[in-house]
Design a protein around this ligand. Structure first.
Ligand SMILES: [Zn+2]
Length: 367
């Protein structure tokens, strides 16, 4: 059984795993991401691969990275929350480890894993939404990853839901991820705590007495205890999430949405309000079939598993695919390409997200 190595590069951690052809992780490890330095990040990735290669014989490497990846799985064009700009990651890592490398958007990799091996197994039309610091997403249509003309399809986190709304890390305002992400949850909770410290007393306690001490785990803990303010924060953010899913259903009509990412650990606290808002907002209401909304099953290593599986399908011709052909835009192992700068409205990495900068109160009503 041939092995491939999957890598998931996030803002703080590089997760790596040796994955077999059934999608099982044989060995995994984690390293810190030197997020400010793309070269050092490539070095950390290469070192992690070499360490795993010392103990396992793998045939290819798949990297899922939190950025816009070009159509030939080679270069990270732009990362809203990291320092990558036109970074030839495939070449850097291939030269370091001597194996063929495929680069994919991290949420696309997770979507691929959940659609084939996780929560949406059996569905042909799947949209994965990773709710973390921002929102990452991946689209599977007719059993294939949909990457768009330039490789950057599936970025609804930067779909504008509030004209002139909160400033986003991408440089635009009013992006969905400023309202329906973990950062949005924390921003809502801190704002409540500043405005109404009385009702928010439990959140403040958990945050060490100051609004700035409140983070995602504190909001989740308070909500699990039944705290009304924390539950309201989940209602607001889950409501934005469900409304966004309804808008996506209007475009893609998937059979299943899979909700993953760190905030999905809150389970029904997030999914409950999202389902309610989705049912309210979806066009056609009760006159149509509704997409299922499921929690992700593969956890934090979905991106590792998906990246490894995509690399296997691209580079290991001896293995029959699990389902469907390899991604249509898949690279040939040794092809080198250059890519023009993509059209984006990005400004710079320094325009980091500023939750609370602008606070339009287009909240969903409680249900
Ligand atoms: Zn944005």
């Amino acid at each position: 059984m041939s092995l491939t190595i999957g890598i998931d590069v996030g803002g703080t951690k590089v997760a790596a795993g040796v994955v077999n052809s059934r999608g099982r992780i044989v060995e995994k490890l984690k390293r810190s991401t030197p997020a400010a330095s793309p070269e050092q990040t490539a070095q950390v990735i290469g070192d992690a691969v070499l360490e795993l290669l010392g103990r396992h014989r793998a045939v290819a490497v798949g990297i899922g990275a939190a950025g816009f990846v070009d159509a030939v799985h080679s270069t990270i064009l732009f990362a809203p929350n990291l320092a990558w700009r036109d970074e030839p990651l495939r070449q850097q890592v291939e030269e370091h480890v001597g194996l063929p490398v495929l680069v994919e958007n991290d949420a696309n990799a997770a979507a691929w894993a959940e659609a084939n091996l996780g929560a949406a197994r059996g569905h042909e039309h799947v949209m994965f939404i990773g709710v973390g610091t921002g929102i990452g997403a991946g689209i599977v249509i007719n059993g294939q990853l949909y990457r768009g003309r330039w490789g950057i399809a599936g970025e609804p986190g930067h779909y504008r839901v509030v004209p002139d709304g909160r400033l986003c890390g991408c440089g635009n305002r009013g992006c969905w991820e400023q309202y329906a992400s973990g950062s949005a949850l924390v921003a809502e909770a801190r704002e409540f705590a500043r405005r109404s410290p009385g009702p928010a007393v439990r959140l403040l306690q958990l945050g060490g007495g100051v609004a700035e001490g409140i983070n995602g785990p504190e909001v989740t803990q308070a909500a699990r205890e039944g705290d009304a303010v924390a539950l309201r924060c989940f209602e607001i953010v889950g409501g934005w999430l469900g409304q966004g899913l309804a808008a996506l259903a209007a475009v893609l009509d998937p059979g299943c949405f899979v909700i993953g990412g760190g905030v999905s650990d809150a389970g029904d606290l997030l999914i409950g309000p999202a389902k309610a808002a989705f049912a309210d907002a979806v066009t056609g209401g009760s006159h149509r079939q509704h997409a299922e909304i499921r929690l992700a099953q593969l956890g934090a290593y979905a991106g590792v598993i998906g990246a490894a599986d995509l690399a296997r399908r691209s580079f290991d011709q001896s293995i029959a695919p699990l389902s469907g052909p390899a991604p249509r835009d898949g690279p040939s192992p040794r092809r080198r390409t250059t890519t023009a700068n993509p059209p984006t409205n990005a400004i710079t990495a320094s325009s980091a997200a500023q939750p609370g900068t602008v606070q339009p109160r287009n909240e969903v009503s409680s249900r």
